[in-house]
Design a protein around this ligand. Structure first.
Ligand code: BG6
Length: 376
């Protein structure tokens, strides 16, 4: 995995390794006998404790924090445990309310990010158990955590995190299902259903990867732009954040992620034909809340288009309504609301990659950035 193989850059290779990273992370945390979620948590947090935490705080940096935000929606929805998400650097220098009845989760691809290590150590000095979700099992954060979920993404070389992000989202979803089971908020039938949807993910990611050429065409059209806006609601909002961060990190373009409903309060002033707006407007037709959120986001995109902005939408395949409000549509396969983010981020990763290539940037080693910030 430390070789680019048939790919010109590690970033695009790692984007294409996501089906395997997701498949391996799922397999590592499912019981082959029962097909149920059985977290391969090293140094377990006692099961009874899992049912007593009164709150979860997630602390992370960069892309890993975006995974944490998506994970907070998954955990709250499936287990009913309230979740707060903090920048690790803010948590570490704040005065966080935490203790034995709180679970702290740190998310880190490298397991060496100084801010995240600082947050973990602060939480532990205040009596909180810490669960680390990391891609490097023999890292400092993994060694010091009370328990670890290991994302099975394999070595991630490109500075911009892609496959590790997908594996983090899957790990958080599996954790949410586990917590739901231990707290009795998920029926056996629901658990069996979500496991089936999880197992279908790798093939669905492959279908999204098949739109790599479309993303390259869009990159050719928009790589000279200086500003981008990304918008999404609820569990799709952190995907807007990470799509924007991917573009920022790899292309040096100013890009911002916003909750879709928030663009009326300020960002609208930015909209003109020079500011493409990427909108995540997928919908899970079996979830009325998801359908309502998508309708609101479609309205936002309609207003952007009417205002003269350029709209690139990510939509669920078969959804013809989005085509009316967007200049370009990238589709993802149908999936449950809480699993869609794992599919939606893929076109945004490919778009950022191709724009960076067209701008002649050193895609795997963008200026001023490092893979892991081990010094504060
Ligand atoms: C930054 C990387 O330095 O650190 C980001 O450029 C990454 O891609 C962030 O998301 C956090 O790193 P880690 O290893 O703690 O997930």
């Amino acid at each position: 995995m430390r070789d680019k193989g048939r790919f010109p850059h590690f970033m695009i290779k790692e984007i294409f390794e996501q089906p395997q990273a997701v498949r391996d992370t799922i397999t590592d945390n499912l019981s082959p006998k029962t097909g149920r979620v059985e977290l391969a948590v090293t140094r377990r947090i006692p099961r009874d404790a899992s049912s007593t935490f009164k709150k979860i705080t997630i602390a992370a940096s960069g892309t890993s924090r975006h995974a944490g935000i998506a994970g907070s929606y998954m955990i709250e929805e499936l287990s009913g445990i309230p979740v707060d998400v903090e920048y690790a650097s803010e948590f570490e220098y704040g005065n966080p309310i935490t203790g034995p009845e709180y679970l702290t989760i740190v998310i880190t691809q490298s397991g060496e990010t100084a801010d995240t290590l600082g947050a973990q150590r602060l939480a532990q000095t205040r009596g909180s158990r810490v669960l680390a979700i990391t891609n490097v099992l023999d890292s400092t954060i993994a060694r010091e955590a009370d328990a670890v979920i290991h994302t099975q993404a394999g070595p991630e070389i490109s500075i911009a995190s892609t496959k590790a992000f997908g594996a983090q989202l899957v790990a958080l979803y599996l954790l949410a299902v586990y917590l739901g089971e231990t707290r009795g908020t998920l029926s056996d039938e629901k658990v069996s259903q979500v496991v089936k949807e999880l197992l279908a993910l790798p093939d669905r990611i492959e279908k999204v990867l098949a739109q790599n050429d479309l993303c390259e065409q869009l990159a050719k059209r928009y790589y000279k732009m200086d500003d981008f806006l990304y918008i999404g609601r609820n569990v799709h909002y952190p995907i807007a954040l990470d799509g924007a961060l991917k573009l920022k990190e790899t292309s040096y373009i100013h890009a911002e992620g916003y909750p879709a409903g928030e663009i009326k309060h300020g960002p609208y002033a930015l909209i003109d034909e020079q500011v493409p707006v990427v909108g995540i407007a997928t919908r899970d037709l079996s979830d009325p809340q998801s359908v309502l959120r998508a309708e609101r986001t479609i309205n936002n995109l309609r207003e952007v288009k009417e205002t003269g902005g350029r709209v690139i939408a990510v939509a669920t395949e078969g959804d013809s309504e989005v085509a009316d409000v967007a200049h370009h549509v990238i589709t993802v396969p149908k999936a449950p609301e809480l699993l869609s983010p794992i599919l939606e981020i893929v076109p945004l990763q490919m778009l950022a990659y191709h724009i960076a290539v067209h701008r002649g940037v050193d895609v795997d080693r963008p200026r001023n950035l490092v893979k892991s910030v081990t010094m504060e």
